[in-house]
Design a protein around this ligand. Structure first.
Ligand code: HEM
Length: 447
């Protein structure tokens, strides 16, 4: 009898031999994980050790904590772990994209993206990113209190419309596209696939249809013209045989960018501004570096002269990881931290917990960007891994940091971030960490 391929097999739910508990009937441990993933991980680490079982609704999952388990899951030298099955919940939305492919199929899809994220291609996006940041921020300077979350999200949608497709977000076509991008992203919080008008999942599927039709219309032109946006690079990329990628591959890998890029980068901007509001001395330090450049806009060549920006980005990711958890599913029986893991078992590692894990970091909860200058994060290659690692390492890592630096440059050069006195927000932790009230603040001119 031939063995069923791992992609066709159901999840293994029998984790009896693994320490842990399944929480409440029906919902399992979902509420405590959602309420505070850090506390959830810390409680389980102290009670059960690095590897424990828990439940999210009907799914039985193994939580494998710590940098060593992160290394096992990310690098996957023995080819034991599947991303496709780990992210199976999102199959209908991004199932054809690289993030949901394993091994050879993944390598094939990743090739489609390679030129778009080369440093030389990214130079082509810089001017648009500077212009859009300035346009959206200018009305907020000295304009009283506003909520940064909404503005940052809208700025990034505008950047996506322009740099991903070449369409400016200003006109009606751009506005429709931005709305479709937003509807598509909003659907990813679904629990059940309810495809009925009024439900976000339904909105997401409809938005995907709109975006797919929009992109298909452009493909032939993008191959002929010399556009320098990300979609144009995807369209002109060729596989090992010298053939263009199919329309289906282009669409699926385009929409996954929205899922992977938008809210992750928004969270990094919002949470960095929160930390800067609480630590004005860091604003001053960044302002001095920014002013020393003597420029109105910046590009990749300037980034080395902005080391405080890099430290701020890292410390913000450490304290508020934009991707708090990452999933996989085992393919074969294997071992993590000495615990036997059966085949077909859902697994999770918590980037957010590794970033503050006891025993590794000095005063882990303290905002201290200089820890990156001291090299505290270098104790283990997967102690600080906001962008993952191994084959699926974030392909937009440099793009995200480029947007971050440009956006922050336009704020700190002449303006001070001021939070409400005594501001102490209620935090949302999943799917991404951010103050629930979207961070009300003021940008006040400084001499
Ligand atoms: C602060 C911002 C960001 C963070 C923290 C982040 C983090 C991550 C992480 C942890 C992964 C690996 C997931 C896994 O191993 O399962 C990943 C993958 C990915 N990211 Fe990002 N990301 C960010 C921004 C971006 C941006 C701006 C883009 C594109 C413009 C992007 C595109 C992708 C793609 C396409 C993948 C899948 C790569 C693959 O499967 O080979 N990300 N990201």
């Amino acid at each position: 009898m031939t063995e069923t391929h791992y992609l066709e097999r159901p999840d293994n739910r029998d984790l009896r031999q693994i320490p842990g508990d399944y929480g409440l009937p029906l919902i399992g441990n979902a509420l405590s994980l959602k309420a505070n993933p850090l506390k959830f991980c810390d409680d389980r680490y102290r009670r059960y050790g690095a590897v424990s079982r828990f439940a999210m609704g009907p799914s039985h999952i193994v939580l494998a904590l710590g940098p060593e388990n992160a290394r096992e899951l990310h690098l996957d030298v023995a080819k034991n772990f599947s991303s496709a099955k780990g992210l199976g919940h999102f199959e209908t939305l991004i199932g054809g994209s690289l993030i949901m492919k394993d091994f050879e199929a993944h390598r094939f899809q990743r090739r489609l993206m390679q030129t778009a994220f080369k440093s030389s291609s990214m130079d082509g996006y810089v001017e648009h990113i500077n212009a859009i940041c300035l346009d959206t921020l200018r009305p907020l300077f000295d304009a009283g209190e506003f909520k940064l979350g909404g503005y940052a999200r809208s700025t990034l949608l505008e950047i996506a419309a322009q740099t991903f497709t070449g369409v400016t977000g200003q006109g009606s076509e751009g506005a429709r596209l931005k709305t479709a991008f937003e509807d598509f992203i909003d659907g990813f919080t679904f629990i059940f696939e309810i495809n009925i008008p009024g439900f976000k999942y339904h909105g997401s599927l409809r938005a995907k249809q709109y975006i797919a039709a929009f992109i298909r219309e452009l493909i032939a032109d993008k191959r002929r013209n010399e556009d320098e946006d990300i979609l144009a690079h995807f369209c002109r990329e060729r596989d090992e045989n010298g053939d263009y990628f199919s329309d289906y591959d282009i669409v699926e890998n385009f929409v996954v960018l929205l899922f992977a890029a938008q809210d992750t980068t928004t969270a990094s901007l919002v949470n960095a501004c929160y930390e800067l509001g609480r630590h004005p001395q860091w604003q001053q330090r960044m302002r001095e570096e920014a002013r020393a450049l003597g420029k109105e806009t910046i590009g990749q060549a300037d980034f080395d002269a902005l080391p405080s920006f890099t430290m701020l980005f890292n410390e913000t990711q450490r304290l508020h990881s934009s991707v708090p958890l990452f999933p996989r599913r085992s393919i074969n029986p294997c071992e993590l931290s000495g615990v036997e893991i059966p085949a077909d078992t859902l697994l999770m590692n918590a980037i957010t917990y590794n970033h503050v894990m006891p025993g590794w970091w000095s005063e882990p909860q303290r905002f201290d960007p200089e820890r990156f200058e001291r090299g505290e994060h270098k104790q283990h290659p997967f102690l600080f891994h906001p962008f993952g690692g191994g084959a699926h390492k974030c392909i937009g890592m440099h793009f995200a940091q480029m947007v971050f630096r440009i956006f922050m440059f336009h704020i700190v050069t002449n303006y001070e971030i001021q939070l409400r006195p005594g501001y102490d927000p209620d935090w949302q932790y999943l799917p991404m960490p951010k103050p629930r009230d979207n961070l009300p603040l003021r940008l006040v001119q400084v001499g």
